[in-house]
Design a protein around this ligand. Structure first.
Ligand code: NAP
Length: 347
């Protein structure tokens, strides 16, 4: 253990953050998590092993000035995970960009005021690295998303602006703490809480037959427990620095559907028609205009492209090893059935 002071985790109720809290408690750390509602609303956090003695939940909202002063007070380490993760929103500026960017600055201001923080670990995203895959390119930590906007993949835009704002803050204010960012690709895995995360919802939608066919689309995936470990390694490893692209493997939709079928989930209405050829891609691009606006945009900017992500830095510098994505996906599906997000399949 590198600190006996509480580790602050913002947005502790979230899919990734709850796993960070669990892992921190399991390693003997004390945790101060921020939530948006009364702490009693989070029994899945309060019931974690070690929580009764070492977990404190405090209320904080990203859009209130000074909201995190109390949360970071007396902490050496702050993990800032809170940020809206939604693809289709009414107003991208107020629903995504403002809480992501202003919230990040608010948390960093609180860390500056506290005087004692040594390091902030920011949960950024592959979204801050690229808006779309490029078939001939392997993306690394050196890449920045320069394409997203309020009209084009606004979630990706919010994450890019938020991470940029964090690095700018460090440049401008030269605080005593340093900043490390973790940039995961799609995070799958079992959930500690009852909400259905946006990434797991995408897997659920594939299983519920929402997509008409198998598209030429592939994603980088990483298990939520590995993402939690990455945050803790970034805290514990004194020499950690800069950005860490956190992706285990990429998987094509073809392989994902084949995995689900061969893993005994074949009674779900999985997509059957193969639309992964050139004609299918053209058809899907056209059809994407009938989808909710930002889902359609995501399809158009990702379809027909191969995603490649370099995870060498996080393995080499933080010593992170990844669980196989296939295992993670299968556990995700079983977990969604347990939480009632997916009906048990009828055989
Ligand atoms: P999540 O389950 O939706 O968690 C988001 C967290 O942010 C929740 O605790 C939420 O609180 C909090 N939050 C949202 N708006 C807030 C506001 N205005 N004030 C205070 N708290 C607010 O999503 P997640 O997947 O765990 O995402 C956590 C972080 O990882 C995000 O920064 C996301 O961009 C990043 N990320 C996620 C993925 C992925 O595939 N899941 C991949 C890459 C990066 P409530 O519970 O009250 O809503």
């Amino acid at each position: 253990m590198i600190t006996s002071k509480p580790v602050c985790v913002t947005g502790a109720s979230g899919f990734i953050a709850a796993h960070i809290v669990r892992e921190l408690l399991a390693k003997g750390y004390s945790v101060r998590g921020t939530v948006r509602n009364s702490p009693g609303n989070y029994p899945y956090l309060l019931g974690l092993p070690g929580a009764s003695d070492r977990l404190e939940l405090v209320e904080a909202e990203l859009l209130s000035d000074g909201a995190y002063d109390r949360a970071v007070e007396g902490c050496d380490y702050v993990m800032h995970t809170a940020s809206p993760y939604e693809i289709n929103v009414k107003n991208p500026q107020t629903d995504l960009v403002d809480p992501a960017v202003n919230g990040t600055e608010t948390v960093l201001e609180s860390c500056l005021k506290s005087g004692g923080v040594k390091r902030v670990i920011l949960t950024s995203s592959i979204a801050a690295i690229t808006d779309e895959p490029e078939s001939m390119k392997v993306f690394t930590e050196k890449d920045w998303n320069t394409m997203s906007s309020l009209d084009r993949n606004p979630y990706q835009y919010s994450k890019t602006l938020a991470e940029r704002a964090a690095w700018d803050f460090i440049m401008r204010k030269r605080p005593r703490f340093d900043l490390v960012s973790i940039n995961p690709t799609m995070v799958a895995g079992p959930s500690l809480g009852p909400s259905l995360n946006t990434t797991n919802r995408m897997i659920r939608d594939i299983m519920k037959g929402v997509f008409p066919g198998i598209m030429d689309i592939n994603w980088g995936f990483v298990d939520v427990r590995d993402v939690a470990k990455a945050h803790i390694l970034a805290m514990e490893n004194d020499t950690a620095s800069g950005r860490y692209l956190c992706s285990a493997e990429t998987m094509h939709m073809n392989a994902l559907v084949a995995l689900l079928k061969s893993s005994g989930f074949d009674a779900y209405p999985l997509p059957k028609i193969d639309l992964s050829g050139k004609v299918g891609t053209l058809f899907m691009k056209g059809l994407s205009f009938t989808q909710p606006r930002d889902t359609g945009m995501f399809i158009r900017t990702n379809i027909g492209r191969t995603a490649r992500y370099d995870n060498a830095k996080i393995k080499r510098e933080l010593g992170l090893s990844f669980m196989p994505v296939k295992e993670s996906i299968i556990e995700t599906v079983k977990d969604m059935v347990t939480w009632g997000h997916l009906p048990p399949q009828k055989k």
